[in-house]
Design a protein around this ligand. Structure first.
Ligand code: PFF
Length: 516
């Protein structure tokens, strides 16, 4: 039975697919916009520390659990821990929720490609459409948004139906190098615009964002932790079952630590490059329009960055603008597809595995079709809502009016908050609790050992999974909640402390019981 289960054609194919899963809207949109929101350099440093001490550890753990069990998340967790088997459900429902808005954003990106293509074919005779006009039009046309969401879903579905090696791996082998080349082209254009250096200073000079008036004051650490932590998990596709699922198709001889380092490094590099492509161009455009630093940061720091500010940048580049628009939005589309297919695969893998166990081998196409259709139900709601432009936002349905918190302001934020800001940090914390305290770090280290690993790594891993990951995750969770619910930083520091104490008590009681 086991040898009928899918597997990667090569380690390189796996790496490109995992990098494809990691590199997505999170890198090209989320990273620059969150960096803009929390004042440049401070965000960058916290992000990098989190990626090494937490992201890497969870990545190795997920790959090891996947490869050890050769199962999809629900059965994988069930196999290694009775107490924590429901983390597997968390890691199957969360990707489903993410897809409900990711597919809508993928559809938006397709609309921007079409828009820039049409401007290109008019040869500049037609007046370029401004970002805000385009975005308002898209958000207020529910039918168009739903149609493009369905297009995006069909594209992804066909790739996943093709299988792990001849669908997902093949797409990424072409898509990832293409994405890289296109990104370099956009970076060259961005950095040769007037005042581009100002954007680089915003990103890389410590304290510059505050000193130059882009942000009023440096944000508190817990807020930046929440933002950078959520971003890091989302960007690396962690605590969502995707990396675990991809790991379950990996051969025993492959080196999990080396693979994790490559995936984390590549994802971080692309996020930085995307920042260098997007931020200097937007700052240059803002200066040319006579905007103040605070107004420029507003354009960088909001969800409008991808769909308003950047469209304005291309619309104001003259005749050649739409061409760069097409290249840019096409690379965003490749990034979105390569991530979406990992999410669809993660949800589908559970039922594909179940059928395999029953001896049914040819059910992938049917299962992927059903999963895709199911995703389209909440996706249609998110698409028709147009980011809160509808009369059926969560707040409206609850009868709440006036200034409502983001989470219930529109359906996209609603799905995003639950998956990215609650399920992800919670899933990661529980995973650390399970591996570090209920079981033993050796469960991962033994599996890692198949591909050879050093003693130094074993020590580093145990220390991180037992202590550093839980502490950091408690603060990330607190920061996420603060970002969504408000309240003072002190209150959320105390919350993180309580969560941590609960964590240790739970761990100690569990350990004692296991020893009895
Ligand atoms: N990593 C993707 C991004 O940065 O856009 C999103 C994502 C893919 C999140 C797969 C979670 C996941 F399991």
């Amino acid at each position: 039975m086991e040898n009928k289960r899918s597997s990667w054609g090569s380690n390189l194919g796996f790496l490109l697919a995992a990098i494809g899963s990691a590199v997505g809207l999170g890198n090209i949109w989320g990273f620059p916009f969150k960096m803009g929101k929390s004042g440049g350099f401070a965000f960058l440093i916290i992000y990098l520390l989190l990626a090494v001490f937490v992201g890497m550890i969870i990545m190795v753990s997920e790959l090891a659990v996947g490869r050890k069990t050769k199962l999809s998340p629900i059965d994988a967790y069930q196999k290694i821990s009775k107490k924590f088997k429901w983390i597997g459900w968390l890691a199957t429902i969360a990707p489903f929720l993410i897809m409900s808005f990711y597919s809508v954003l993928g559809g938006y990106v397709m609309q921007y490609i079409a828009l820039n293509l049409s401007e290109l074919s008019f040869g500049g005779e037609q007046i370029a459409i401004s970002g805000s006009a385009a975005f308002t039009a898209i958000r207020t046309q529910p039918f168009g948004a739903v149609v493009f969401t369905v297009f995006f879903m069909i594209l992804c579905m066909v790739i996943v139906q093709g299988g792990v090696d001849s669908g997902i791996e093949k797409f990424n082998k072409v898509g990832m190098p293409a994405l890289f080349v296109m990104l370099v082209i956009v970076i060259i254009r961005s950095l040769t615009l007037p005042n581009a250096v100002e954007g680089l200073k915003f990103m890389f000079v410590p304290g510059y964002a505050v000193a130059a008036g882009y942000v009023a004051e440096a944000p508190d650490v817990v807020s930046v932790l929440g933002l950078a932590g959520g971003q890091m998990f989302f960007s690396l596709s962690l605590a969502m079952g995707a990396i675990l699922t991809y790991g379950s198709y990996l051969g025993k001889e492959e080196n999990l630590v080396k693979n994790s380092v490559i995936i984390v490094a590549a994802d971080t590099l692309i996020a930085l490059l995307a920042g260098i492509a997007v931020i200097p161009a937007s700052v240059s455009y803002g200066i040319s329009q006579g905007l103040s630093p605070a107004e420029i940061a507003g354009g960088l720091g909001g969800p409008g960055l991808l769909f308003i500010t950047l469209q304005d940048v291309f619309a104001n580049m003259g005749k050649i603008g739409p061409l760069f628009g097409v290249i840019f939005y096409a690379l965003v589309l490749i990034a979105a597809i390569s991530s979406a297919i990992s999410l669809i695969e993660t949800v589908s893998a559970h039922w594909i595995d179940k059928d395999l166990q029953k001896g049914e081998t040819d059910t992938r196409k049917r299962i992927v079709l059903i999963v895709s259709l199911l995703i389209m139900i909440p996706a249609a709601l998110v698409a028709a809502d147009g980011l809160g432009k509808s009369s059926f936002t969560p707040a409206a349905l609850m009868g709440i009016q006036g200034n409502v918190p983001d989470v219930i302001g529109d359906w996209l934020d609603f799905m995003d908050t639950f998956s990215e800001y609650l399920m992800m940090p919670l899933g990661a914390m529980l995973m650390a609790l399970m591996i570090g305290w209920e079981l033993d770090p050796s469960i991962v280290l033994d599996e890692v050992g198949h591909g050879n690993s050093s003693k130094g790594f074993a020590k580093f891993y145990s220390l991180c999974v037992k202590f550093i990951v839980p502490v950091v995750m408690a603060f990330v969770l607190a920061g996420s909640l603060k970002g969504n619910c408000g309240g003072s930083a002190t209150m959320w520091y105390i919350f993180a402390g309580i969560v941590l104490v609960g964590f240790w008590i739970f761990a100690a009681v569990g350990k004692k019981k296991a020893e009895e």
